[in-house]
Design a binder for this molecule. Structure first.
Ligand SMILES: [Zn+2]
Length: 132
């Protein structure tokens, strides 16, 4: 048996059914079934639509892979009031991540008030470069 770490959080599991030949082209809908185990690292999960005949309900201790993305997301705030701007941006991002089947963990939130500089000419960059 492979020694695996114990995770304390499991985002909703999603369907492994392939939808095409492209890498990552999977169904991705919420999974409620798991395929028969074929080894410690070969769990597979399925939605109702792609459920194999021999599928079982997902076990509480099923092995899964959790992906964590460290990203930077920028919104133009809906308010110049800092607290309102942050709460709104977090709510929008959380809703989007939830709709995509993930869970959001926020480490740092910053905001800045400024104005867009005049656009640079062709080949001279854009106002999005540099600070802020
Ligand atoms: Zn599916």
């Amino acid at each position: 048996m492979v020694d695996l770490p114990n995770l304390v959080e499991r985002p909703p599991l999603r369907c492994f059914a392939f939808r095409g030949a492209a890498l990552g082209a999977v169904c991705g809908d919420r999974a409620v079934w798991m395929g028969p185990p074929r080894g410690a690292l070969e769990s597979s999960f399925f939605c109702d639509r792609h459920r194999p005949k021999d599928a079982l309900p997902i076990a509480d201790d099923a092995v899964f892979r959790r992906v964590t993305l460290d990203v930077e997301v920028r919104f133009a705030a809906a308010s110049l009031i800092e607290t309102t701007a942050r709460v709104d941006a977090l709510a929008r991002l959380e809703a989007a991540v939830h709709a995509a089947g993930g869970r959001l963990s926020v480490g740092r939130v910053t905001s800045i008030v400024g104005r867009l500089r005049a656009q640079a000419g062709p080949g001279q960059g854009t106002a999005d470069k540099g600070k802020g």
